[in-house]
Every structure is written in C-alpha cells, then in structure tokens.
Design a protein around this ligand. Sequence first.
Ligand SMILES: [Zn+2]
Length: 71
Amino acid sequence: MFIFLLVLVAVLVWMAVTFRARKAVKDCRWRENRAKDSAEGRYFICMNCGAETRTGDAKPPRSCLRPRGGD
Ligand SMILES: [Zn+2]
C-alpha cells in the first residue's frame, strides 16, 4: 500500500511538471535572429508576446518572458 501511494504521488508530480513545461512552451514561440547576436549570446524574440532575450547557450528560454500587463 505504501508503495502504491509513492507511485501515485510520483505520477502526480510528473504530470504537474510536464503540464507546466508544455504550457510554458505554448506561451512563447521563440525565434532566433542571428543578425542581432551580441556578446551576451544568441538573440531570441517571442512571436506571441514580443519578449526579447539573449541566451548564452544558443537555446531559446524555457519559460515565457511575457511582460507584465501586456496582452
Ligand atoms: Zn512570449
């Protein structure tokens, strides 16, 4: 019984994590623009909310950087 509860909790946590991850990806659609690269890293702009950022590892951010009060 104890193991069953442990598995149940693990599944719930896994679902919560993947749900949040999918939602974050859904919110922002990052597009890289190498023309705007700088010393800070690769330039990305969000097609959904217009947020701009630069990342050092050349990968788009995982979460939405939607400005507060926007949209
Ligand atoms: Zn966004």
